[in-house]
Write a protein that binds this ligand. Structure first.
Ligand SMILES: N[C@@H](CCC(=O)N[C@@H](CS)C(=O)NCC(=O)O)C(=O)O
Length: 93
């Protein structure tokens, strides 16, 4: 299952949450950052050396921390194995 680290009040986390919901991808979100802290924990810095959220773990070895619309599209394409999500994401932006 996809793991997403980040507090739900973060706009960048919300972009990812929208994408996984729109694509119907099973996921678990773990609170991190803001009042939850934890961004400077060693295991988190190992996932994202920038110490920012969102961080996504697809269960293999790939981690993402950029949630610009272009990167959300890349993440979606990576997760779904197709490029059909790109127009959808661009359309909605
Ligand atoms: N370029 C990154 C920016 C990530 C970013 O700025 N994340 C903010 C939240 S929106 C963050 O980690 N802030 C620290 C915190 O929440 O404690 C992206 O597009 O995801």
């Amino acid at each position: 299952m996809l793991k997403i680290w980040g507090r739900s009040s973060s706009i960048n986390v919300q972009k990812v949450m929208w994408a996984v919901a729109a694509l119907g991808i099973k996921h678990e979100r773990i609170d991190l950052g803001g009042k939850f802290g934890g961004l400077d924990a060693p295991e988190q810095l190992a996932r994202n050396p920038h110490g920012l959220i969102p961080v996504i773990d697809d269960g293999e070895t790939t981690y993402f921390w950029l949630s610009s619309p272009r990167n959300v599209a890349k993440i979606s394409n990576h997760l779904t194995g197709c490029s059909a999500t790109r127009p959808l994401l661009q359309e909605r932006h």
